[in-house]
Design a protein around this ligand. Structure first.
Ligand code: PMP
Length: 296
């Protein structure tokens, strides 16, 4: 935290922290996998690049270099003796004054790591989840940079996710301002139709997910055509298969949307192929994409 290794219970911040009041922070969520050659960060460089990119629209200067954040993270995992874990870097305007303009507020930076299993549950990876189309719309990219992973944006994710859970679903899909499919509260969405993959384009007010990019790469390597395009709500109902991707959610099949059964209601063959390819990759049962791993 701010350049020091800090005990969990001492990792606190002042109640008048700017980011706490206005959501003025940016963050990342990455995973470290337990491989045969020890723990390894998956696509860490892409996460650090996105953290710095997220800070740009907010004129936020992160007072550490990318290498310093990487070294700190590797040491953090080592010191905590973690094998597989989730990693949460956050940079936010700290304590100085409380005008909306951050003025002289420092940029505080912290990185935390802890063990975190399957985000939507082990069963979800196998059998899929039921999702609801949220009545909340995603912010338009003309209103707020949706390609930046900004703390404040996640109140929208909370509204959508909790609405879904209150109604007995496990997760939400959020439409964009135009009414097309955007993404999940913390996941990108993929659809399979006639053996081809479709996912909302970056212009659809979505986060440029790193797992999304990984799955697109894995699909292309397997000659599965990928279309980054607008996806309408109705296309979800008639899809052969649907799944979510995310660093936390990994590759999670979707079984039903608003109680409409997708395909035959179980993990479909292309979802299974890409999910297996994903886990073979991150658990290092293949030596493909070695450059995507940073070993502890
Ligand atoms: N969309 C949103 C809104 C997210 O919070 C996340 C999780 N970071 C994703 C998509 C998936 O992105 P990634 O694969 O980089 O974790």
């Amino acid at each position: 935290m701010n350049g020091e290794f800090t005990d969990w219970e001492d990792a606190t911040t002042h109640v008048l922290t700017h980011g706490l009041h206005y959501g003025t922070g940016v963050f990342e969520g990455a995973r470290c996998y337990d491989t045969e050659n020890g723990p390894a960060l998956f696509r860490w460089d892409a996460h650090v690049d996105r953290l710095f990119d997220s800070a740009k629209p907010y004129d936020m200067e992160i007072p550490f270099s990318k290498d310093e954040l990487t070294e700190a993270t590797l040491e953090l995992i080592e010191r905590n003796d973690l094998e597989s874990c989730y990693i949460r870097p956050v940079a936010y305007y700290g304590y100085d004054q409380l005008g909306v303009s951050p003025g002289d507020c420092p940029t505080d930076v912290a990185i935390a790591a802890w063990p975190w299993g399957a985000y939507l549950g082990e069963d979800a990876l196998q059998n899929g989840i039921d999702v609801m189309i949220s009545s909340w719309r995603k912010h338009a990219s003309s209103q707020i940079p949706t390609n930046a992973k900004t703390n404040g944006l996640y109140v929208n994710s909370l509204l959508a996710g909790e609405e879904a859970r209150r109604n007995g679903y496990e997760e939400a899909i959020v439409l964009n301002k135009e009414g097309n499919v955007a993404e999940g509260p913390g996941e990108n969405v993929f659809m399979v139709r006639d053996g081809e993959l479709y996912t909302p384009a970056l212009s659809e007010s979505i986060l440029d997910g790193i797992t999304r990019d990984t799955v697109i790469t894995l699909a292309e390597e397997r000659d599965i055509p990928v279309h980054e395009t607008a996806v309408s709500r109705g296309e979800l109902n008639t899809a052969d298969e649907l799944f979510f991707t995310g660093s936390a959610a990994e590759v999670t099949p979707i079984r039903k949307v608003d109680n409409v059964v997708i395909g035959d209601g179980s993990r479909g063959p292309i979802t299974e192929e890409l999910q297996s390819a994903f886990f073979d990759l991150v658990d290092r049962r293949t030596d493909a994409h070695d450059d995507w791993f940073t070993h502890v």
